[in-house]
Design a protein around this ligand. Structure first.
Ligand SMILES: *[C@@H]1O[C@H](CO)[C@@H](O)[C@H](O)[C@H]1NC(C)=O
Ligand SMILES: *[C@@H]1O[C@H](CO)[C@@H](O)[C@H](O)[C@H]1NC(C)=O
Ligand SMILES: *[C@@H]1O[C@H](CO)[C@@H](O)[C@H](O)[C@H]1NC(C)=O
Ligand SMILES: *[C@@H]1O[C@H](CO)[C@@H](O)[C@H](O)[C@H]1NC(C)=O
Ligand SMILES: *[C@@H]1O[C@H](CO)[C@@H](O)[C@H](O)[C@H]1NC(C)=O
Ligand SMILES: *[C@@H]1O[C@H](CO)[C@@H](O)[C@H](O)[C@H]1NC(C)=O
Ligand SMILES: *[C@@H]1O[C@H](CO)[C@@H](O)[C@H](O)[C@H]1NC(C)=O
Ligand SMILES: *[C@@H]1O[C@H](CO)[C@@H](O)[C@H](O)[C@H]1NC(C)=O
Ligand SMILES: *[C@@H]1O[C@H](CO)[C@@H](O)[C@H](O)[C@H]1NC(C)=O
Ligand SMILES: *[C@@H]1O[C@H](CO)[C@@H](O)[C@H](O)[C@H]1NC(C)=O
Ligand SMILES: *[C@@H]1O[C@H](CO)[C@@H](O)[C@H](O)[C@H]1NC(C)=O
Length: 568
């Protein structure tokens, strides 16, 4: 065969033409002309599988490119049309319009396995949770935490066995009944989404608001595989980077995540984690209570504790199990002035991936140091987790978030609740004057956990300050314990001094009183709260810029107006 000599443009044209003709032949030779892209539309930066939207035509220029796309018959994908068109430079351009928007809906990797994508403003991603996964085996959950938390409804940790239906979301008996009855026809599915990254502020001046949120649409209609303005099961705008939705499904579930247009003061896109599960939510936000309490603070540190984790007695197995856990929870803190986390406050992965977050656990040295531990201090002496945050700024308000990384023992794909959970935020404020230091962890006065008067020049370390106060109180206690030994309070009931209380009660009560008066609680000197009283001021405060007047410094004590008579 003799090949005519062709110019480069001509040979390109010829190749394109041949490819186009082949395509057209294939198109008409199939009885059911439905086509699919089987090619991986791999993304420039790893995760992205977005290659256009509604009006985006994918240009396949030249025969080589056409070969890159295998055309296959597949139910899910409709190749709406193939068109030949003559371009400006006499090139034949094959333009393939993809179904409605991007390629096929992307299948979620599995039950409890999130799909993660970047999305730019104005774009839409389409996802599908397959029927096969919906009807797959349920996950057998492990033992979970030693006991359900007080806020139990929002923290489903109870055991689930294969075949036993549980609606972890609502947990009401009616729903469980319903679950059991209807499992033959439909199954509960839990869809949740976390925004991990959001556009950043690029405007002038300080940021006042958060960037807009993504929207999650859910549909089950096969004809509405790309849930849009038509019939939807649900359309849920994310709130602070989080949305969840649960319903009973029978077959494939189609989801779309759409990004709104971006206001001019923000740049960049979003990154999100979308997951569906037949066992329970993968991502959680517990909005009912923060489950976290501020204890006290000084100018550089703050102490926080969780709520009671259990009401069990100290000898019980449940109590002991809680106390042997190293750190079931994590916490994040954020300077309240900083708006960069606004819009992600309900999202574990959003908070965790922010640079401006103080975090306990692995990444603990980002902005401040957080030490955690299990304690029983406080009313009731029940198990709690404590968070001691150092290196904070004085006179600042911080938002604190109690969070759980995964299900506390494991995280990530394949774990029920592996995406973590976030409780609602609380706030705490650091002191400003420098006349107080936070004190806790004392061996004798073990219930003390508050700021005490301190002079950082005399007591540069936490340990030296703690030892000074603690040994002072312990020494004062010694004579009391000798006296107590003279009292018949630890004997048979016939000879006991009192039947209502014994020696231990008495010793505890004295110790509590002694520690409270020997280790006074301290507030900023500048605070004008009505119940505060200046006491035994011998010197100016270190770190306080305004020196105190001699009239105050030379005063040995302040008369207490409401105190019993002769208390001077
Ligand atoms: C979904 O899967 C179930 C169980 O395998 C099957 O009975 C049902 O027919 C499937 N539905 C569709 C629409 O394929
Ligand atoms: C976390 O998940 C694993 C695997 O499902 C399970 O064994 C473990 O008990 C779970 N932990 C908690 C605290 O629920
Ligand atoms: C999601 O659903 C709502 C309400 O049906 C609709 O207005 C919106 O356009 C849908 N979003 C997308 C991306 O289709
Ligand atoms: C703890 O023990 C006391 C008696 O010692 C008992 O009255 C109480 O019910 C117990 N509490 C629990 C939660 O077991
Ligand atoms: C913890 O439990 C004790 C009783 O055991 C109760 O007095 C206390 O108020 C509880 N703490 C909180 C923060 O609810
Ligand atoms: C303390 O303030 C400085 C300056 O405003 C800021 O850069 C830093 O991040 C703050 N640190 C914390 C822990 O808030
Ligand atoms: C801190 O929380 C209290 C309620 O607990 C609220 O009244 C106050 O406005 C909050 N402060 C900030 C700065 O959010
Ligand atoms: C509290 O004291 C224990 C030992 O008594 C020590 O291991 C722990 O680090 C201390 N915690 C803090 C926050 O200082
Ligand atoms: C304890 O009692 C003895 C004897 O009365 C007394 O000398 C000592 O000062 C007392 N110690 C304290 C710390 O009060
Ligand atoms: C009470 O008596 C018992 C046995 O005699 C002893 O072990 C215990 O330490 C005593 N308690 C007090 C507070 O003295
Ligand atoms: C407190 O500071 C003022 C001003 O610096 C000084 O005049 C005064 O002597 C100081 N008083 C004491 C007790 O150190």
């Amino acid at each position: 065969m003799v090949c005519p000599k062709l110019t480069p443009l001509q040979s390109r044209f010829a190749a394109s033409l041949v490819a186009s003709i082949i395509l057209v032949i294939i198109y008409f030779s199939l009885s059911n002309p439905r086509f699919a892209y089987a090619a991986e539309l791999s993304a420039p930066n790893g995760g992205r599988i977005r290659d256009g939207e509604d009006h985006n035509w994918h240009r396949l220029e030249g025969a080589d490119d056409v070969e890159g796309y295998a055309l296959e018959e597949e139910e899910d994908l409709l190749l709406d049309r193939i068109e030949e068109e003559r371009g400006e430079e006499q090139e034949v351009v094959v333009r393939v319009k993809r179904a409605t928007a991007s390629a096929a809906p992307i299948a979620l990797p599995g039950n409890n396995a999130p799909g993660n994508l970047n999305i730019d403003a104005g774009k839409i991603d389409y996802w599908v949770f397959r029927n096969a996964t919906l009807w797959g085996r349920k996950t057998i959950m492990g033992e979970g935490l030693p006991s359900a938390l007080k806020d139990e409804r929002s923290v489903p940790m109870l055991q689930t066995h294969e075949g036993l239906e549980r609606d972890v979301d609502d947990g009401s008996p009616e729903l469980e009944q319903l679950n059991k009855r209807q499992d033959s026809g439909s199954r509960m599915v839990y869809i949740s989404i976390n925004t991990c990254l959001q556009p950043s502020y690029s405007g002038t001046g300080t940021q006042s608001g958060a960037p807009p949120q993504l929207t999650l649409n859910v549909s089950t209609t096969p004809s509405n595989k790309r849930p849009g303005p038509e019939a939807n099961v649900a359309s849920i705008p994310l709130e602070q980077g989080f949305a969840k939705f649960s319903f009973r499904a029978q077959s494939d579930i189609y989801m779309s995540v759409s990004a709104p247009p971006l206001p001019p003061s923000f740049t960049g896109g979003w990154n999100y984690d979308l997951a569906a599960s037949i066992d329970g939510y993968y991502h959680k936000h517990n909005g009912a209570s923060p489950f976290l309490f501020p204890v006290d603070s000084d100018t550089t540190s703050a102490l926080l504790v969780t709520d009671n984790l259990s009401q069990a007695n100290s000898s019980s197995e449940e109590f002991q199990k809680w106390m042997t856990l190293s750190s079931p929870f994590m916490m994040f803190a954020q300077n309240a002035e900083d708006k960069s986390v606004d819009g992600l406050q309900h999202s574990f992965c959003g908070l965790q991936s922010s640079n401006n977050i103080i975090a306990s656990g692995d990444a603990s040295t980002r902005l401040a140091k957080v030490q955690t531990g299990m304690i029983t201090r406080g009313l009731g002496n029940k198990p709690k987790e404590q968070f001691y945050i150092q290196q904070l700024n004085g006179s600042s308000t911080y938002y604190g978030y109690l969070v759980m990384d995964g299900n506390s023992t494991l995280k990530g794909a394949g774990i029920v609740g592996g995406g973590g959970q976030v409780w609602s935020k609380m706030n705490f404020t650091t002191k400003k004057d420098g006349n107080c230091a936070l004190l806790f962890n004392l061996s004798f006065c073990s219930e003390v956990a508050y700021a005490v008067p301190s002079n950082p020049n005399n007591f540069p370390s936490f340990e030296s300050l703690a030892a000074t106060y603690d040994s002072y109180a312990a020494a004062l206690y010694q004579n009391f314990s000798y006296s107590l030994q003279q009292i018949a309070c630890n004997t048979t009931s016939t000879s006991q001094y009192s039947l209502a209380k014994n020696c231990d009660d008495c010793a505890d009560a004295y110790k509590q009183w002694l520690c409270a008066v020997a280790i006074p609680r301290c507030e900023d000197y500048s605070s004008n709260l009505p119940w505060l009283l200046p006491r035994n001021l011998g010197s100016n405060f270190t770190g306080n810029n305004t020196p105190l007047p001699d009239s105050i410094l030379q005063q040995p004590f302040n008369p207490m107006s409401g105190a019993p008579t002769d208390s001077n």
